[in-house]
Design a protein around this ligand. Sequence first.
Ligand SMILES: *Cc1c(COP(=O)(O)O)cnc(C)c1O
Length: 353
Amino acid sequence: MWTGIIEKYRAHLPVLDTTPIVSLCEGNTPLISIDNLAKKMGIPARWYVKYEGLNPTGSFKDRGMTMAITKAKEAGSKIVMCASTGNTSAAAAAYAAKAGMGCCVIIPDGKIALGKLAQAMMHGALVLQISGNFDDALNLVRDITDEYPIALVNSVNPYRIEGQKTGSFEIVDALGDAPDFHFIPVGNAGNITAYWKGYSEYKTLGKSQRLPRMMGYQASGAAPIVLGYPVLNPETIATAIRIGNPASWKGAVNARDDSGGHIDTVTDEEMTVSQQALAACDGVFCEPASAAAVAGVLKWHKEHPFQEGQTIVSVLTGHGLKDPNRAIEISSSPITVLGTKEGVMAALMPLLS
Ligand SMILES: *Cc1c(COP(=O)(O)O)cnc(C)c1O
């Protein structure tokens, strides 16, 4: 029986036999071959997506949150707090509920996807919207948790990174080695930092023969690492990566440089097209920010064509149902027909011929 990432990878994580593990059986997400899209785009490499949208709250944040909440519980904390573009608040609220702890989340006013907000509310968190962006929210949370006995569960909490590194363990365990290329969206940059840590640790232990090139993608309207300076007013439809001053900036740059990788931008349009193409070609529905890891592959392929025999992994960080408004906005509306056989067949005929 699968009982979550801490039980599975406890030898690689900072837990003791006595640590009270708080888990919703996160992790063990599938690596899905997206051969249809690869073929359509003329990419001869083996291309997989790590579908993190299938975690308990629908994003990779659960991997970090099981560790952060477990360690907060071990330390005797009664309340946790985070700033969030959405998915962190959903995960924090769910794991705090499981742990019997209080949870307060600070979100940017009006810029949070509907599904994520619904989750935080349903799991009973105190949800506070501020007039400001994610970076403002994180500063506020750091201030408050410095002064009061409240545990900070953003990815500046090192236990988050520890939990999230298990994503690379699963990829290596599934493939038998690290891929050649690892594509990943970059927001606050905790996840790219965590994946690189995981790949490096596994290599050191001899569990893999090689390391992947770490390929990070920011939204063009929120690309501080690519620009080299913080962005005061980050803007993108991919709200999960709408971040102007990433907390793990240095970790991302190290991952890129140590792996011979690359950090670049993709536009909102490129993410949208990739999100739709992936859903339509291979049946995998991810949220807009996650599609940066697919758009990045297409952008890189134009300049540096992938070869047969290479392996690519794109991390799909969150589920498409997180942001239903956006999906409906970019799709064509249902067609209204008469509720008769003739009415339906008139619309269906073009598909049959
Ligand atoms: C949090 C999040 C990201 C960004 O991850 P970072 O660790 O902040 O770089 C990307 N996609 C989704 C869906 C997220 O929830």
